[in-house]
Design a protein around this ligand. Sequence first.
Ligand code: MEV
Length: 424
Amino acid sequence: MSINSRLPGFYKLSPSERFRKIVEVSGLAESDLASIVPLDEKMLSIADRMIENAIGTLSIPFGVAANFTINGRDYLVPMATEEPSVVAAASNMASVARIHGGFHTSSNQPIMISQVQVVGAKDPQGARMRLYERRQELLDLANEHDPFLVKLGGGAKDIQVRIVEGASGTFVVLHLIVDVRDAMGANAVNTMAEALAPLVSEIAAGRVRLRILSNKADMRLARVRAVYDRDALGGPDVVDGIIDAYAFAAADPYRAATHNKGIMNGITAVVLATGNDTRAVEAGAHSHAVVDGRYTSLSHYEKDGDGNLVGTMELPMAVGLVGGATKTHPVAQAAVKILGVKSAQELAEIIVAVGLSQNTGALRALAAEGIQKGHMSLHARNVAVAAGAGNEEIEEVVARLKDGGHVRLDKAQDILAEIRASRR
Ligand code: MEV
């Protein structure tokens, strides 16, 4: 059946009215879509306040990673992810890192960059200098738009002006450098950039086009270091294997993408659990992975004098504790409480520690037994459930699937049929 995607006035309906409309327009049975509607009605009204055209919610498993010691303090780390093995791998490597004191972190002040693009300036170099000459006036104007942030010790602190050669002309690009304190900061810096536009246009004698933050938040870096015990990792050959795996990612963008994806498995899970902007953090991370024009590994591995593995990583981490879903979503609030963090910087540091742990866990598995062994146990459970195994049947189906070496739906269905036949 063909559907009509024109839905006039759809946005004005309540979520349940919209749901009924989608049932009607899609021609699907209500029972096919029922799982979209949360059991808790409160979640539906929260969803309705968070986005447009909401008809329901999607639940993602929320787990807690164990064993994390960061700067001498233990943390319970909430992670929201749909991928098996992620929480287990992060927890396992955190237990190995614990032997030598856990993760050690540091970070920059929470500084975001907002960009104002000027096109058509006749004298771009002159415009650049004129903007610097009026620095204080620009900063004062920006700060007038967020007195609360200024009161907290944040606000616009500096400017940088760059000349960017674009395909359609030369752009004078003003960077407003803003300390956003415990916010992710997008709203604050976007408002400031918009407020500066008329003055920037006047000073540069050009037309302002874009006024928006940069997700390449490279003035807001978080760093982590961990020493993983050689023997707990599985011995010197596993350490060398991890270093070869790292060297592969460092040298080859095809491998680096997968290597960094493994890091983001951990990072995105904590960012999501705490209601932060996963795409902003991902954009920041991947832009930071480009060094001298080449995409490479975000993490680094080497051996210390005792043959232990030293893992390090530094990347932009634009996360906040105030505003956005972190404030409006009750699960995100609960996640922040579990973490017990007091500042956005502390949260950023925990997140990079989880990213490193995740990465080391993946590399260890790849360098030692191969990734599929660990993945397969969890995958086998999913396959058993998909085949229709009840709670009392899952363990046996999983065990026989793994013994058989083929974790596939058809095999799980055959095993389940055999189990049920033998019971009759
Ligand atoms: C899978 O989600 C992540 C890995 O592919 C990461 C890696 O290869 O390093 C296992």
